[in-house]
Design a protein around this ligand. Structure first.
Ligand code: HEM
Ligand code: HEM
Length: 164
């Protein structure tokens, strides 16, 4: 299988935007804020896609009990057939990424409100969430890299734009 075009576009825009906002754009400047809101917009679109998009992209096709995700993680020592959608563990990763990006939008917005002037917690929470997001992305890239290169499972092709 191959992911639909919206999921691919969502994935690579999100990954590029997060890296740009974390490592390259000046913290709290206008481009940082607008890019952050744009990423929140992408997440809202992905939420809608998760209910009304194609079957492979729907939350109901891959969200499962945590025990299923644990079993998948334990089976990562050998190559195996990929499901026709995300694994349950990949599904949890998607939910966590969406939660953190929306949380960054909300804490970034709150930070600028007069009502929270002088409060440190919105900026602190923003920083914790940004760090958690980068750590999660790092674990994700390691897991995908291990499956692709260590186990020879063709997972990156599914997320890339080439026609097969
Ligand atoms: C994916 C989205 C985002 C990421 C990864 C991100 C990441 C970061 C990081 C790493 C910092 C520096 C934190 C520190 O060390 O103190 C920061 C600061 C900041 N961000 Fe974001 N951010 C995102 C979205 C947003 C949005 C949507 C806003 C909207 C207003 C925003 C507003 C700010 C502000 C005002 C600061 C400065 C906070 C301070 O004064 O310490 N960010 N962001
Ligand atoms: C900041 C960096 C990244 C973030 C935040 C991120 C986030 C995500 C998210 C949220 C999904 C689920 C997509 C959806 O269902 O809409 C996903 C899937 C995926 N990502 Fe990433 N990603 C990042 C970087 C990368 C990189 C660098 C690679 C390639 C080496 C990669 C490979 C994949 C693959 C192959 C999938 C699909 C897995 C499957 O078929 O179930 N990601 N990623």
């Amino acid at each position: 299988m191959s992911w639909d075009r919206f999921v691919k576009l969502f994935h690579w825009s999100l990954a590029t935007g997060i890296v740009a906002n974390y490592f390259f754009l000046e913290e709290g400047d206008q481009p940082h804020e607008w890019l952050g809101y744009l990423l929140c917009g992408l997440v809202v679109a992905r939420l809608i896609w998760g209910f009304y998009g194609p079957a492979t992209a729907q939350f109901s096709s891959f969200l499962a009990r945590p025990a299923v995700a644990m079993r998948e993680i334990r089976s990562l020592n050998t190559a195996h057939e990929l499901p026709n959608t995300h694994t349950a563990a990949g599904g949890y990763q998607l939910v966590l990424v969406m939660f953190l990006v929306l949380g960054l939008g909300i804490t970034g917005w709150i930070h600028d409100l007069d009502a929270f002037w002088g409060e440190d917690w919105p900026a602190d929470l923003h920083e914790y969430m940004a760090n958690a997001l980068i750590i999660l992305a790092g674990v994700h890239v390691l897991a995908v890299g291990w499956m692709q290169l260590g186990l020879n499972m063709p997972i990156i092709q599914r997320m890339w734009f080439s026609r097969r």
